[in-house]
Design a protein around this ligand. Structure first.
Ligand SMILES: [Zn+2]
Ligand SMILES: [Zn+2]
Ligand SMILES: [Zn+2]
Length: 284
């Protein structure tokens, strides 16, 4: 299985366009891996995680067409993860011919909010209206946390995120051909229920992607900090949830407390994890 990071920044991108903080200024000078778009990821070429606001730019910048995307797993409805205008722009009415029908998966709370926003701001109809399926070349699926389901040949389990209470935010484990990737943003420290569920569902990750919104000198909040990432990684390894040669990458990196990529990479390497960057492609 392959994962491509389409974006690795927190809500305000990195550099944040309006910001003159030291980190943003440095990132502008360094460019390359220090330039981060809002978080989203692609599994192989057919499974998108989050219909994020920057996926068009990511597709162009990292030579990653999304033409074969058949499935989308939506983490939650925050604007840095969900830009519903993509549903229109990829539709036949906007000239997109022959795209596979998008199978869009999200929690009921996420779907409810998406439906409201879509009908209020973008169209005269809702996502659940009968015309939506044809007009948008789309099929909506509501998912429940901790209920495994199949997406073609992928096996997926969603876990409740400790984030944005009431929004039905989800973290995802995706397995195919004996390989397993965990995509864990946005979330604060995992609920104990999630740790128990990892064991119940016999999770053995080859790669775990964790939320590092907050940097090495910051406390956590509604997201993880660098030191909380380290604690989570330790527990994943100690409890055998991460395979012995399993790798941990962080994403959703905010400009306020995280230094530019080379410095953050150096910090992470001391603790045995890695820092994702936009366009990074990993095969597990
Ligand atoms: Zn976010
Ligand atoms: Zn800044
Ligand atoms: Zn969020």
């Amino acid at each position: 299985m392959q994962i491509t990071f389409l974006g690795t920044a927190a809500a305000n991108a990195y550099p944040e366009a309006f910001c003159k903080c030291e980190n943003c200024q440095k990132a502008r000078v360094l460019g390359e891996k220090s330039l981060r778009k809002r978080s989203a990821a692609l599994i192989n070429d057919d499974l998108l995680i989050d219909l994020g606001p920057d996926i068009m730019t990511a597709s162009q910048t990292h030579n990653t067409p999304l033409t074969n995307v058949r499935y989308c797993l939506q983490t939650h409805p925050h604007a840095d993860h969900l830009d519903l205008s993509h549903l229109l722009s990829r539709s036949p009415g906007f000239g997109v011919k022959g795209a596979p029908r998008l199978q869009f998966y999200a929690s009921s709370a996420t779907l409810e909010r998406a439906d409201q926003t879509f009908s209020r701001d973008l169209s005269g109809y809702g996502l659940f209206d009968s015309e939506a399926e044809e007009k948008l070349n789309l099929q909506i699926h509501q998912i429940e946390p901790l209920q495994p389901f199949a997406l073609g040949s992928y096996h997926v389990v969603a876990f409740p995120a400790n984030h944005a209470s009431g929004f039905g935010a989800l973290l995802y484990a995706i397995e195919k051909d004996g390989r397993s990737i965990f995509y864990g943003t946005d979330t604060a420290t995992f609920f104990e229920e999630v740790w128990q569920a990892f064991h119940q569902h016999r999770m053995r990750f080859d790669l775990a992607v964790l939320d590092q919104t907050y940097g090495p000198d910051e406390p956590g909040g509604d997201h993880l900090s660098a030191h909380q990432v380290i604690e989570h990684m330790k527990r994943l390894r100690e409890e055998g949830i991460l395979k012995e040669d399993g790798r941990v990458f962080v994403t959703h990196i905010a400009h306020e407390g995280n230094p530019v990529h080379p410095e953050l990479e150096e910090f992470a390497s001391q603790y045995g994890y890695e820092v994702a960057y936009d366009g990074l492609r990993i095969t597990v």
